[in-house]
Design a protein around this ligand. Structure first.
Ligand code: FAD
Ligand code: UDP
Length: 409
């Protein structure tokens, strides 16, 4: 615990302008970030009787899952489309304490030039239906049968695995899928080919030997009925949780020396940090590389812009995908819809940029390991979340880790 009186003295002495943020309670736990990781951990610890302070740099909770109504009254996802899906029943049940669900199964299509001046679209993950659209019914069926006898029904085969198949016909089919679904999209998203990036990334979207055209096959899928932000507010709504928005925790947390300091005073209680680990240590060993996204929102005077929640531009265009939020949220709003194009590029660390995707490869993992070793000098410092762990986690995975970590604490 650190004392409020002592904290106030220090805060007054060092940062009189921050005095309005002073805390009237004693806190047992400091959490940096109010996204999936921070919010879930805060709730578990609060329910165990700990006094938890959550510091969030942004002006809102929910991290990258944040949603809000835009100026036209359309519910949008500010930081990219978020669909909740999981096979982890305990995570789904835990979240269900804080929200009801809208049943939603995400379906994605690839939109590609049809070679005759128009466009065609077929399901992604590329499946038996996609095969028939791409090659015609008869040829598509024949190729489908061939794939089924090679791999078996309902199998998910990664594009890299499919390309290794020695059968010339399957290899040439794999080349088609590689060219029309993977290589250009991956170049746009990562600036690298599917062979150059972490194989687990393209494995997220395999070739699926099925007629199931859903993007995810998880047992539990859906969208929070009122949206993500109300769900996060409910998670954080506990008398033992204090949330301070618009506060950069690195103004108060100092791990540059041998002792972990909060407001200049050694603190031995749990500190759960969900931000960038390189930033926590002042980029001492250099920056960890990330990809960032530019989101281009457009509101149009029509009921609906596209057939699916997300359409991937897998061959042409300089954006990766267009999402139309009304499909995801089920919002009925006649005569108006909002779409969003996603443009990916290298993260530079410039003001306002957000690091969305860790670039996982042996070199970057080694750099991350050096930062992690610095963190491990402090037994009460927990690195948790997509940024702090430098991993490609979906929401359910990070929620599971947050619940487990908080239980262990
Ligand atoms: P974040 O959500 O990034 O939260 C970290 C928080 O910490 C942020 O709010 C940040 O402002 C705050 N913070 C950082 N540093 C400081 C500091 N110094 N002081 C104070 N606060 C700080 N997952 C799915 O399951 N389904 C999807 O459909 C899906 N779609 C996605 C689409 C995109 C475009 C992206 C980028 C991700 C998507 N994800 C999806 C992944 C999902 O966003 C993450 O799993 C989840 O948000 C991770 O939560 P987190 O708490 O680790 O990180
Ligand atoms: N991918 C692709 N074409 C697609 C969809 C995905 O090449 O139509 C690849 C691409 O490399 C992408 C990865 O698969 O980064 C993972 O896709 P996912 O949709 O899971 O990415 P996210 O929604 O996390 O951005």
């Amino acid at each position: 615990m650190w004392g409020a009186a002592l904290w106030k003295m220090i805060a007054c002495a060092r940062r009189p302008e921050r005095f309005v943020l002073s805390v009237e309670k004693l806190f047992d736990v400091l959490i940096v970030g109010a996204g999936c990781a921070g919010a879930a951990a805060a709730r578990v610890l609060a329910e165990k009787g700990r006094q938890v302070l959550v510091l969030e740099r942004r002006s809102h909770v929910a991290g990258n899952a944040y949603d809000c109504l835009n100026g036209d009254g359309v519910l949008i996802h500010q930081y990219g489309p978020h669909i909740f899906h999981t096979n982890l029943r305990p995570v789904y049940d835990w979240l269900s304490r804080f929200t009801r669900w809208r049943d939603y199964q995400h379906r994605v299509v690839a939109s590609i030039p049809d070679g005759h001046g128009g466009r065609m679209q077929y399901p992604v993950p590329f499946n038996l239906t996609s095969l028939e659209t791409a090659f015609g019914l008869e040829e598509g069926r024949r190729l489908g049968e061939k794939l089924l006898s090679a791999y078996g029904p309902e199998r998910k085969v990664t594009i890299l695995e499919l390309r290794r198949n020695p059968d010339p016909e399957i290899a040439s089919l794999a080349d088609y899928v590689y060219e029309h679904v993977f290589v250009h999209y991956t170049m746009k998203q990562w600036g690298q080919t599917p062979e150059e990036i972490d194989p687990a990334t393209t494995a997220r979207v395999p070739v699926f030997l099925s007629r199931d055209d859903r993007y995810f096959q998880d047992a539990c899928q859906g969208m929070p009925l009122e949206g993500y932000t109300p769900m996060f507010r409910a998670i954080l709504d506990h008398p033992n949780i204090t949330v301070r928005l618009g506060v950069d925790a690195l103004d108060r947390l100092d791990v540059s020396g041998d002792a972990l300091l909060v407001d200049g005073v050694p603190f031995s209680g749990p500190v759960i940090y969900t931000g960038q680990v390189d930033e926590l240590f002042g980029f001492r060993y250099g920056r960890l590389p990330y990809r960032t996204l530019d989101f281009d929102f457009e509101t149009l005077p029509m009921d609906s812009f596209q057939t699916h929640g997300t359409v991937n531009y897998t061959v042409d265009g300089d954006f990766t995908r267009i999402t139309e939020f009304k499909h995801l949220t089920g919002q009925t709003l006649p005569g108006v819809t909002t779409i969003m194009r996603e443009y990916s590029r290298s993260y530079t660390g410039a003001e306002g940029e957000i690091p969305y995707y860790a670039i996982i490869n042996p070199e970057n993992n080694a750099l991350y390991a050096r930062y992690r070793a610095l963190a491990e000098r402090f037994p009460n410092l927990y690195l948790l979340g997509r940024l702090a762990e430098y991993r490609y986690y979906n929401m359910d995975a990070i929620l599971a880790r947050a619940l487990d970590t908080a239980e262990a604490i």
